[in-house]
Design a protein around this ligand. Structure first.
Ligand SMILES: NC(=O)C1=CN([C@@H]2O[C@H](COP(=O)(O)OP(=O)(O)OC[C@H]3O[C@@H](n4cnc5c(N)ncnc54)[C@H](O)[C@@H]3O)[C@@H](O)[C@H]2O)C=CC1
Ligand SMILES: O=C([O-])CC(=O)C(=O)O
Length: 334
């Protein structure tokens, strides 16, 4: 029995994500919450012939508390998306408060749930959730995840394109580490399951790295004011949620890159910090998942000089983003 909940379920990501979760046979209950339209989305999804019972809630009548009650896995795509010319950090002003309020609901109604944060800027919203849960004395770092799967999905697709065979994209696995914005997105292409062509030039390599780092901009530009990635994000979010659900159900050998608090696995976290040469509290890296959530935080392993430089370039921005999130809860008037 797994109850999954989507907060922000009526949005551009929320609706297709809810559809994909409804299609997951391991989910037996699907709770949808948004400030608008969830009764309609829930009625629509409820006609699909899969096991999950779907219920939609709105803020009146304690809707947030009701949707969160007995939740096992909570996915949060609530908040505003980018328009051309904006960075993910520009979303902080609005999304920080939305995420804080939803996290407050989680702290009281579902303190033991696994929480998957999609709302941008992920590098800051994940620390916000953690700080709220800490304030309520219910923070378990093993249960909080920043969803960076879209970077991994993009890396797989773009590498398969370069290899000239899109049918490989499902099996191409590239660890993408760091965070989820611009230079904090670090693809470790030397560790790709499918090596890049030997004759790839430095320019081509650098263009590939940039495309993975700024893939979100490609979609923002193409949507021309109508938002950012929604369908590919829904796919990525459902993939990560499905992995986690399999791992908490006891399946062994499940792992994925995700943005976590490094205290979730103190020995792995310390080893990673040592490798980074930096005392960061959060980092996205390959995480082994288990019944409690984070089972093991993996270090980065052997890197090329180019990858070492990318990791180094990611650290200052990541540290600032994390601090911005932490300070927002320490001084919420920011
Ligand atoms: N982590 C990642 O890789 C990605 C993250 N995103 C982020 O996901 C977020 C959502 O994007 P879209 O779905 O395109 O936006 P959207 O505007 O289409 O949908 C957002 C939904 O959140 C709802 N919402 C707003 N305040 C709420 C509250 N207090 N409680 C519950 N629901 C609330 C809105 O009513 C709306 O339905 C954005 O912040 C975007 O930047 C987008 C793509 C990738
Ligand atoms: O680019 C954005 O704003 C949305 C996002 O996080 C992505 O597509 O990776």
């Amino acid at each position: 029995m797994v109850k999954a909940v989507v907060l922000g379920a009526a949005g551009g990501i929320g609706q297709p994500l809810s559809l994909l979760l409804k299609a997951n046979p391991l989910i037996t209950e699907l709770g949808l919450f948004d400030i608008v339209n969830t009764p309609g989305v829930a009625a629509d999804l409820s006609h699909i012939s899969t096991p999950a019972k779907v219920v939609g809630y709105l803020p009146p009548d304690d809707g947030l508390k009701k949707v969160l009650t007995n939740a096992d896995v909570i996915v949060i795509p609530a908040g505003v998306p980018r328009k051309p010319g904006m960075t993910r950090d520009d979303l902080f002003k609005i999304n920080a408060g939305i995420v804080r309020d939803l996290a407050t609901g989680i702290a009281t109604a579902a303190p033991k749930a696994f929480v998957l944060v999609i709302s941008n800027p992920v590098n800051s919203t994940v620390p916000i959730v953690a700080e709220v849960l800490k304030k309520h004395g219910v923070f378990d770092p093993k249960r909080l995840f920043g969803v960076t799967t879209l970077d991994v999905v993009r890396a797989s697709t773009f590498v398969a394109e370069i290899l000239g065979d899109l049918s490989l994209s499902k099996s191409v696995a590239v660890p993408v580490v760091g965070g989820h914005s611009g230079v904090t997105i670090v693809p470790l292409l030397s560790q790709s399951s499918h090596p890049l062509p030997a004759n790839l030039t430095t320019d081509q390599y650098e263009a590939l790295v940039k495309r993975i780092q700024f893939g979100g901009d490609e979609v923002v530009k193409a949507k021309d004011g109508a938002g950012s990635a929604t369908l590919s994000m829904a796919y990525a979010g459902a993939e990560f949620a499905a992995k986690l659900i399999r791992a908490i159900g006891g399946e062994k050998g499940v792992s994925a890159p995700t943005f976590v608090n490094l205290s979730a696995d103190p020995s792995g976290g310390e080893a990673l910090k040592k490798e980074l040469g930096q005392d960061l509290d959060y980092f996205s890296t390959v995480v082994e998942l288990g019944p409690e959530g984070v089972a093991k935080i993996n270090t980065l392993g052997s890197l090329t000089d180019a990858e070492t430089a990318l990791v180094k370039a990611a650290i200052p921005e990541l540290a600032t983003n994390i601090q911005t999130g932490v300070s927002f809860i320490a001084s919420p008037k920011l």
